[in-house]
Design a protein. Structure first.
Length: 255
């Protein structure tokens, strides 16, 4: 994940007294591209966009990027290189697709990068069932913070069999379970609110048991309610990497 200090560093190189080679490489698919694909993409850009003089001037930078691509197995969908000999070397790994591009200028070409980082800003994933809630924030495709809130067990709704000895017993059990459920949801909502106090959330995804989506959403502060985009059914105890993959698919579909 590219850090804000990298963007700040690059911004200070606007109109520098040396030229900078900027290279965007990546794929629109949800899977990370292979090193071979990125190398082919890089060589195609060089052939189509750089003249003989440019290739000669930036020969060492081109070789440095080639060596990087040969030595690293990509785990991200896009890479952005900023290279200027001894003056500059920065590589940004991104968990979203970027169009291939190569430029030479006295300023680093960060326009598309900054726009995409703003577009793929931090979002919140909430997983909730009748026992607990799990929360984590995702930024640029990586989990940046996570928490878990465990409430008291709330029995699932039981449909009447028509054989109860006393109707009042069924009603009493139902009302008792609903009280427990409300208490659980209120507790979860408080935990979510506390968790998000220091996070600037762009949108919210709710997962877990479908019956809980609307109940949890209605218990959240208005500032979070307005950011809920979708809910997806899943096991709250599913492995985190599986939940992350699912959330990234949803995030990619709305970006």
């Amino acid at each position: 994940m590219i850090q804000s200090n990298v963007i700040e560093k690059l911004s200070k190189l606007e109109k520098s007294d040396f030229q900078i080679l900027t290279v965007y490489l990546g794929t629109d698919t949800l899977q990370a591209p292979s090193s071979e694909m990125l190398l082919t993409q890089f060589h195609s850009l060089i052939h189509k966009k750089l003249n003989t003089v440019d290739r000669t001037i930036f020969k060492s930078d081109i070789q440095r990027i080639e060596k990087y691509l040969e030595a690293h197995v990509p785990s991200f969908r896009s890479l952005v290189f900023f290279s200027a000999g001894k003056h500059l070397w920065e590589v940004a790994s991104l968990e979203f697709g970027m169009p291939a591009k190569i430029t030479i200028d006295n300023s680093p070409d960060t326009t598309k990068l900054v726009e995409s980082l703003q577009k793929h800003s931090k979002y919140l994933v909430i997983l909730v069932d009748r026992e607990k809630a799990r929360m984590f924030t995702v930024e640029q495709g990586e989990i940046t913070d996570q928490s878990e809130a465990i409430g008291s067990y709330v029995p699932p709704r039981v449909k009447s069999t028509g054989r109860e000895n006393f109707k009042n017993q069924t009603d009493t059990n139902f009302r008792h379970n609903e009280v427990l459920l409300k208490r659980h949801i209120d507790s979860v909502a408080k935990a979510i609110t506390k968790f998000t106090k220091t996070n600037n959330i762009n949108f919210v995804i709710i997962g877990g048991h479908a019956e809980m989506f609307r109940k949890v959403a209605d218990s959240l502060p208005a500032s979070l309610q307005s950011k809920i985009i979708v809910g997806f059914v899943t096991d709250v105890n599913a492995p985190l990497n599986k939940i992350l993959r699912e959330s990234k698919k949803i995030a990619a579909s709305i970006s």
